[in-house]
Design a protein around this ligand. Structure first.
Ligand code: ADP
Ligand code: MN
Ligand code: MN
Ligand code: MN
Length: 339
């Protein structure tokens, strides 16, 4: 029997790319292969030369359609075989390869906000809900909005075989988080994109939209981030490597090089309030949720483990944040002989 392959790709929308997908019917036994699309409709081509190519990079069972159906994440390539400018995965590949011997792994905490029309899910029709305080990891109908969507999304990520490692309700009503990883750079980024697609697709069934807007409600409400947890083999074995990695992220132009690529609108979120550090001042510290980079208390106690870069926005491109962190930290660790 034939089966359905949902081809998913990342478009050329600016400043933040969006996900697109379309369905291909494949004959029994046929593998999902290269396909094409109209790049002039996705900000990836001009109308007079509109063809762009979809190259499969990751596939998994389709937990929505079930059966033999699959999801196929693709990268976007030009007709001459070169990577399209929007294809940030292609830039991660050589960096991940160069430092593969250090065995870098990432766990990314994806925060997001449900919207019901123009308001976050759970916000009253006019005015504001009770101030922040009880919503984070809360329980009960006055504090929790959208749990049925969140549970369905979790079930589907697990059925697809994605490396999802947890979920929790966040600080603002209608705001949630899921974590993917720890996984190698390309794996965590591919699987996070697929998990994002499953989230939009699942919420769609409930008539609810999802935003990765880093500051969906202005004022005294937490923003949405994508804390990026990172370690190499040396960091998992000793504390000197942890410190080298933290220091490397603060050297010279590195803080700004990173922050300006950590998602559009980062200065609205990294204000120094709401558990953030100001975007223009790098710092790190043990247990410090007001620092740019946090060393978890357990890591200090054990003298080994991982670090958490708290700066990336919810709308960060995981191919970009993993490339920058591997490039900066692994080069410094190599220089220090901590590999
Ligand atoms: P927080 O306390 O900041 O909310 P979470 O539990 O939400 O932390 O997320 C921590 C993330 O760190 C998880 O995705 C987890 O898989 C990841 N993680 C755990 N150990 C490591 C490690 N050694 N290297 C990289 N990531 C790790
Ligand atoms: Mn978390
Ligand atoms: Mn969180
Ligand atoms: Mn965190």
């Amino acid at each position: 029997m034939s089966y359905r392959a949902e081809y998913i790709w990342i478009d050329g929308a600016s400043p933040t790319a969006k996900l697109r997908s379309k369905t291909k019917i494949l004959a029994e036994g046929a593998e999902p292969s290269v396909w094409g699309f109209d790049g002039s409709s996705t900000n990836q081509a001009e109308g007079h030369a509109s063809d762009r190519v979809l190259e499969p990079v990751f596939s998994c069972p389709d937990p929505i359609r079930g059966g033999d159906n699959v999801l196929v994440l693709c990268e976007v390539v030009n007709t001459n075989g070169t990577a399209h400018v929007s294809n940030t995965r292609a830039e991660l590949v050589p960096v991940a390869e160069r430092f593969a011997a250090q065995a870098p792994i990432f766990g990314i905490e994806q925060e997001y906000t449900f919207f019901d029309g123009a308001r976050p899910l759970g916000f009253p029709e006019s005015g504001f809900p009770a101030p922040q305080g009880g919503y984070y990891c809360g329980v009960g109908a006055e504090e929790i909005f959208g749990r049925e969507i969140v549970e369905k999304h979790l079930d589907r990520c697990l059925a697809a075989g994605l490396g999802i490692s947890g979920i929790n309700a966040e600080v603002m009503p209608g705001q949630w988080e899921f974590q993917v990883g720890p996984l190698a750079p390309l794996d965590v980024a591919d699987q996070l994109w697929v998990a994002r697609w499953l989230l939009y697709r699942t919420a769609e069934e409930f008539g609810v939209s999802v935003t990765l807007d880093p500051k969906p409600v202005k004022g005294d409400w937490n923003g949405a981030g994508a804390h990026t947890n990172f370690s190499t083999k040396a960091m998992r074995e000793g504390y000197d490597a942890i410190i080298t990695a933290c220091d490397s992220l603060g050297e010279g132009s590195k803080p700004l090089d990173h922050v300006k690529n950590y998602g559009a609108g980062i200065d609205d979120r990294l204000t120094g309030l709401h558990e953030t550090a100001p975007w223009d001042a790098y710092s790190y510290g043990v247990s410090d949720r007001g620092a740019s980079v946090r060393i978890p208390w357990q890591v200090e106690q054990d003298g080994k483990g991982y670090i958490e870069d708290r700066r990336p926005n919810a709308n960060v491109d995981p191919y970009v944040v993993t490339r920058l962190i591997v490039d900066t930290c692994c080069a410094a660790l190599e220089k220090a002989g901590q590999v």
